[in-house]
Each structure stands twice: as structure tokens, then as C-alpha cells.
Design a protein around this ligand. Structure first.
Ligand code: SAM
Length: 234
């Protein structure tokens, strides 16, 4: 059985897709999609030997070698031109995901959909998408085993325009997630805010330098953005 986190990613891979799962580790996601015949072909990309070998082993054990190609390489370099129409990247930091997309821009020409699950800093991904003409089409936030995960789905071009005049807050918290404000969302951001308040408290008792002043200002700004969405009682 797939984790809820990866099942949420799987849900947004179009039926019959040819997709590349970058940083696939055990290739659980490609195996699940192909075993259930929800996709027609997958590449499992891995840059590290250990996970690459686990992916190879898993695909062979599941008898899926003819429909899943396990490849070793950095980011999108494992994809040949036109091979896939969807890319999934899950379980890494948002800035690493954005860097992988940015380094592999020329591999994105045939790609219509990105399904991204950052462990932290979804913000970096929303910024990258906006600056590179990808439109965020939906988002989901879920809690599993006391951890909270965000899944971002993007399609090429202008498409949906999810941002309102509260764009700064929406880039940080997510435009769709900010509207829905489900339990996982409220939990995540009240915890983040409490954490930032603790840090500000500590900074206030330390000797003020330019650096601590800048940090304090950044955190106060982020707290204000969270309050804009959750309200002052959060
Ligand atoms: N995607 C799986 C998941 O969500 O369960 C595995 C996540 S695992 C925490 C992250 C994987 O990404 C590691 O196996 C790591 O080797 C791989 N990785 C990190 N940077 C990468 C890159 N630039 N290209 C390919 N794989 C990468």
C-alpha cells in the first residue's frame, strides 16, 4: 500500500500518462501507477547509488521492467526529449525541487503537468512556477503520522490565475489552501507562527546586530502574512 502522501501525488497524475518520477528512491510511486495500469510508462530517476539500486530491484521484483525504466542521473537529465508528459518530484525540499526544474528546463517542453510534493518551502516552488509560466492548478495539504505535506499541481501556460491581491500571503501559504483552510493547514501555520514567535523572543534578548534585526523583520513579516489568512487569534 502506498502512503497517503504518495497516494495524493498519484491522484494528480493524468490517466494513461507517461511520467518521470525524479528522486524515486524505491520507485514505489511508478510501481503503484503501472501495476494498477493508471499510467502507460514511467521513468524512475535517482542520483544516488543506494536508492537507484533499490528502485531497480523493486521494479524487477514487481515484474514491471518493460514499462518502468530505472535511470541513474541528476534531476531531469535522465529524461530524453519528448519522452514524458508528466513529472513528479516528491519528498524533497521545495528549493531543491525548484532547482531541479530550473536546471532541466529544456526537458520540460513535452511536459504538460508537474505534480510536486515539497517537504518544506512550497513557497520556492510557487515562485519558480510563476516566474517560468507554469500555472498552479490545484493544491492539497494532508496530515499523515503527525507530519504535514503539501502537494502542488501545475500546468503549462497562463491557465488558472489563482492569486488575488493577497499574493504575498498566498505565495507563502498557497492560494487554494488559503481559501480552503482545512485542519492540516490551520495546524501547520499556527505551529509555524508559534515557532517564529519563539525565535523572535530569543532574538529580542540577544545583542541586536544587523543580521538579527533583519531576521526579526523577516519573521515578523511572515507572521503578519499568516495572520492575514488565519486571523489574529491564530
Ligand atoms: N520520491 C520518494 C518519496 O517521496 O517517497 C523518495 C523521497 S527521498 C526522501 C528523496 C530522494 O531524492 C533520495 O532518494 C535522493 O537520492 C533523491 N534525489 C535528491 N536529489 C536528486 C536529484 N538532483 N536528482 C535525482 N534524485 C535526487
Amino acid at each position: 500500500r502506498l502512503s497517503n502522501r504518495l497516494e495524493t501525488v498519484a491522484k494528480y497524475i493524468p490517466a494513461g500518462a507517461k511520467f518521470a518520477d525524479i528522486g524515486s528512491d524505491h520507485a514505489y510511486l511508478p510501481c503503484y501507477m503501472l501495476k494498477k495500469q493508471k499510467a502507460s510508462f514511467a521513468i524512475a530517476g535517482e542520483v544516488v547509488d543506494g536508492p537507484f539500486l533499490s528502485a531497480q530491484k523493486q521494479v524487477v521484483n514487481e515484474g514491471l521492467s518493460d514499462v518502468i525504466s530505472v535511470r541513474k542521473g541528476n534531476g531531469l537529465e535522465v529524461i530524453n526529449d519528448g519522452e514524458v508528459d508528466c513529472i513528479t518530484i516528491a519528498g524533497m525540499g521545495g528549493s531543491l525541487i525548484a532547482a531541479i526544474l530550473d536546471d532541466g528546463k529544456d526537458k520540460l517542453r513535452s511536459v504538460k503537468r508537474l505534480v510536486l510534493q515539497p517537504n518544506v518551502s512550497a513557497y520556492s516552488i510557487r515562485i519558480w512556477l510563476m516566474e517560468n509560466d507554469w500555472s498552479l492548478v490545484t493544491e492539497e495539504i494532508i496530515e499523515e503520522d503527525d507530519k504535514i505535506y503539501e502537494v502542488l499541481v501545475a500546468e503549462r501556460g497562463e491557465g488558472k490565475k489563482p492569486y488575488s491581491s493577497h499574493i504575498d500571503a498566498e505565495l507563502l501559504l498557497g492560494p487554494y489552501l488559503s481559501k480552503e483552510r482545512n485542519q492540516a493547514f490551520q495546524k501547520k501555520w499556527s505551529m509555524e507562527k508559534a515557532n517564529w514567535e519563539r525565535i523572535i523572543g530569543r532574538l529580542e534578548t540577544a545583542n541586536e546586530t544587523e543580521e538579527t534585526a533583519a531576521k526579526r523583520q523577516e519573521l515578523s513579516w511572515k507572521i503578519a502574512l499568516v495572520q492575514e489568512v488565519l486571523g489574529n487569534e491564530s
